[in-house]
Design a protein around this ligand. Structure first.
Ligand code: TMP
Length: 234
């Protein structure tokens, strides 16, 4: 879409105003960053792939009664979504130890967890998205306790739907990050779910099919994103 007002430009997406006040247009970029923007790069066609993957997964979640911001794909890189007031929490769900969790608790990457964990980071680039808990989030008025209860409930269900679906295409869901927003007094899933925001390991080889290839300079980044896209038959 042309001649729209840019409302916000993030690290991986741009958000434009739409004539309908309740909606915005999200445009996915090929830009990739890591470590709070310290590392920068481009992943060819990432915007197209992440738009398709995220829309596919959001539609799957809608079918399982998870309310999301998804309305409709507008083009290869663009999607019309509900305009939410983002809750400034990054919600991270983990099935297997990896990344910052492995580092923090001294547990080898790939170690199974007795039950999925949920953790919150305060979405604040200046502070480097510090780890936070529900009590602090409520005390700081980032979310109410009812909102946090809804977020936890939805996150648990999202994990089980995604795990089952990804297993059917031979992908192990290690961990992922979600963001939720407020929309007309309800909480809905917002932002994206893509190889940028999940750890996805090939079930047989253990190959990393996600942004860790960029974060850790593992090479074949485009191939990894394409492989996830291909398995989803998008
Ligand atoms: P972590 O192990 O680095 O904390 O990452 C946990 C998950 O969250 C992983 O799937 C990648 C995702 N993630 C984001 O989507 N955005 C971020 O800024 C970070 C740090 C992680």
């Amino acid at each position: 879409m042309k001649n729209l007002t840019l409302l916000y430009e993030g690290k991986a997406k741009k958000v434009y105003a739409l004539p309908c006040e309740d909606q915005v247009l999200v445009s996915y970029k090929d830009d990739a960053t890591a470590f709070n923007g310290l590392k920068k790069g481009t992943i060819h066609q990432k915007g197209i792939i992440n738009n398709a993957i995220s829309n596919h997964l959001f539609q799957l979640l809608e079918k399982h009664d998870i309310p999301t911001h998804f309305i409709k794909a507008e083009s290869e890189r663009e999607t019309i979504v509900k305009k939410v007031d983002i809750i400034p929490l990054e919600v991270i769900i983990r099935n297997i130890a990896a990344g910052s969790f492995s580092k923090r608790y001294g547990i080898a990457e790939g170690t199974g967890l007795k039950q999925p964990t949920i953790e919150f980071s305060y979405k604040n680039d200046t502070l480097g998205d510090p780890l936070i808990n529900s009590s602090i989030a409520v005390s700081l008025s980032l979310a109410t306790s009812d909102e946090i209860a809804a977020v936890k409930e939805y996150s648990k269900k999202i994990n089980s739907v995604l795990q089952t679906y990804l297993a059917s295409i031979q992908i192990q869901l290690i961990d992922f990050k979600l963001e939720f927003g407020r929309f007309h007094n309800t909480i809905i899933l917002a932002d994206e779910i893509s190889p940028d925001t999940c750890r996805l390991w090939d079930m047989t080889t253990g190959d990393h099919l996600d942004k860790d290839r960029f974060r850790r300079d593992l090479g074949n980044i485009e191939d990894a994103y394409h492989e996830v896209y291909r398995r989803m038959k998008l």
